[in-house]
Write a protein that binds this ligand. Structure first.
Ligand code: FE2
Ligand code: FE2
Length: 135
């Protein structure tokens, strides 16, 4: 079973952002599956890189909409993105140096952060952007 199952309640109603969120869920599930079957460092490294790139692309998409429509809470939201990027990069660095294994704790952190962020902070811009006609 996948680590994260997508639920309809995660949808914002803004198609490309919902698709990116689904993509992030998929990336974390891929990492989980690879860890479970004991994939080697090299493939985990590739998967982590893909997850980091995907995350950066997604955050950029949200932040561009914030600027375009002057979202009033953008500062706080962007700070959350930045904090997450820092934590994941630190995690990747530790992994590269062999100080850290991709563990179930790490996966639960990623899962918890993503779901909380979507259901908390991302839902916070939902009605604002929908009211601007973004779909
Ligand atoms: Fe998001
Ligand atoms: Fe966000």
């Amino acid at each position: 079973m996948a680590l994260i199952e997508w639920e309809d309640s995660y949808n914002l109603g803004i198609e490309h952002l919902d698709n990116q969120h689904k993509g992030l869920v998929k990336q974390i599930n891929i990492l989980h599956a690879a860890m479970k079957i004991g994939k080697g460092k090299e493939s985990l490294d590739e998967i982590l890189k893909a997850l980091i790139n995907y995350t950066a692309t997604h955050f950029k998409s949200e932040e561009e909409l914030f600027f375009q429509y002057n979202f009033p809470d953008s500062k706080k939201h962007i700070a959350e993105h930045e904090k997450f990027v820092k934590e994941v990069l630190k995690f990747k660095e530790d992994f590269d140096k062999g100080r850290l294994m991709v563990s179930i704790d790490v996966l639960h952190f990623l899962k918890g952060w993503l779901i909380n962020h979507i259901l908390g902070s991302d839902m916070g811009y939902k009605s604002f952007l929908l009211s601007k006609g973004v779909r």
